[in-house]
Design a binder for this molecule. Sequence first.
Ligand SMILES: [Zn+2]
Length: 254
Amino acid sequence: MLIIEPIKAFDDNYIWLMTKNNKSVVVDPGDATEIIKLIDNQAINLEGVLITHHHYDHTNGLSELIEKKNLKVFGPKNNISEINNIVGDSDQFDLIGIHFEVLEIPGHTLDHIAFYTFNNGNPVLLCGDTLFAGGCGRVFEGTFSQMFNSLQKLCTLPETTEVYCGHEYTNSNLLFALEADPNNKDLKDEYNQVINLIEQGEPTLPTTISKELKINPFLRCNSEGIKNTIKNKFNLEGNEEETFSALRKWKDNF
Ligand SMILES: [Zn+2]
């Protein structure tokens, strides 16, 4: 049995702690403070780290963790010297008895990857800052086309896939989604559920691919709802990818 729990960092980052048979892995440790506490209290036996991309809020805790313990660090080829197992598209590896597959998903950054695995037969995705609940990451280094294709690639995963994202952005994402897709009933229902979770101080993650296909405007650029909004707002009647680019640029200034 694999257990996946959030460790909060900074304002809205999630460091995902994955534990199986009393061995643990952390994903995107932007800050080491809470993880070191868990190690010192012998609450976890940390063996490895997964890195989705080079941004400091996903990697800044690495040097402190490596000073503390000898760790296997899997991540993409980039400027982060602590990554001692560089992985790329379709690579597979085992860590604490979990089998992972790597998906390259550039756009937010050029080095961005996701990790795909199974928990008791159920698919699990750790996707950093590419796909969020109700939204997607900003396009910082790649092109809009790369980001569009990376999101499309994630949509080909089984609909039951549980998606663990790098930030708690769901509330603001859904407020934008409601502007972009105002007649989407699933979206309105989801917003009410998310508000309840947030009021109770609960994470709104993981989400699933099937839910995102119903509510996430960035995965719905072929829908009449999103196409109509973009047409009315920007006088643009483009293809799915052009609609996506317009939507992403709008969100940047929302
Ligand atoms: Zn990032």
